[in-house]
Design a protein around this ligand. Structure first.
Ligand code: ATP
Length: 235
């Protein structure tokens, strides 16, 4: 579905990604694991068109998308939930969700997707008239995910969805990610919580200082002493 081939991405003179390649197959949950500053968010932003690679290719469903406008990429079916949520604080839950569908014209489909989002996140239904800025952190994460789903993505890109959430809520968010995947949406997930990420992923890539240093199934990564020590708390 998505193939990233040898991309180099820079912030000015600083090279944040160094020849990164990865592949995501239709229907998978793929996770990126790596320390702070390894380049995970940069990779997600490059896939969704917020950054442009200097070299390399990104092929999505057979088409080259590297350097395309973010809006065109959303239209092609890739939605990105950024780190830190970024909901529109002064708009209601409903208005935020509506914005997620702003590139669509199929009124019926949009209505259907409102229903689907409210089914996945009953809390958002209860709070649909509430200003997003007054929601709890967990509710804002749900809203950010709901808003991305309103674009009806085939590939959903999630940057640290569990950040700052209480453990019970983290579990809920992960269960919902699995539910979204089960209905046919492919997922690319960046997570600090490597244990949780590996528990739901089909495959994982480990990124260190801008390079992919390892990839494999969760079982393969869990069996690696090096990964255990670096990312899984040594056990
Ligand atoms: P985190 O989990 O902390 O977000 P990350 O793996 O997502 O980490 P990135 O945010 O992709 O890491 O950052 C990769 C590298 O690029 C880091 O060295 C970071 O300092 C640098 N970087 C990120 N954003 C910018 C920017 N806007 N300008 C300059 N350098 C940046």
């Amino acid at each position: 579905m998505l193939k990233v081939e040898g991309i180099n991405v820079y912030y000015g003179n600083i090279q944040a990604l160094k020849g990164v390649s990865l592949e995501i197959n239709q229907g998978e949950i793929v996770t990126l694991i790596g320390a702070n500053g390894a380049g995970k968010s940069t990779l997600l932003k490059t896939i969704s068109g917020l950054l442009k690679p200097k070299q390399g290719q990104i092929i999505y469903e057979g088409q080259s998308i590297a350097g395309k406008a973010a809006q065109s990429i959303v239209k092609m079916g890739i939605s990105h939930v950024p780190e830190g949520r970024r909901v529109f604080a002064n708009m209601t839950v409903e208005e935020n969700l509506d914005l997620g569908a702003y590139l669509r014209k199929d009124k019926e489909g949009i209505k259907e997707d409102f229903g689907r989002v409210f089914e996945l996140f009953p809390r958002l239904m209860e709070r649909r008239k509430q200003l997003a800025g007054t929601l709890s952190g967990g509710e804002q994460q749900m809203l950010a995910m709901g808003r991305a789903l309103m674009a009806r993505p085939r590939l959903l890109v999630l940057d640290e969805p569990s950040m700052g959430l209480a453990p019970l809520l983290v579990k809920t968010i992960f269960r919902i990610i699995e539910e979204i995947n089960a209905t046919g949406t492919t997922i690319l997930l960046v997570e600090q919580n490597a244990h949780m990420a590996l528990s739901i992923a089909n495959r994982a890539y480990v990124i260190e200082t801008g390079r992919v240093v390892l990839s494999g199934t969760p079982d393969e990564l869990n069996a690696s002493e090096q990964i255990k020590m670096a990312y899984l708390g040594g056990h």
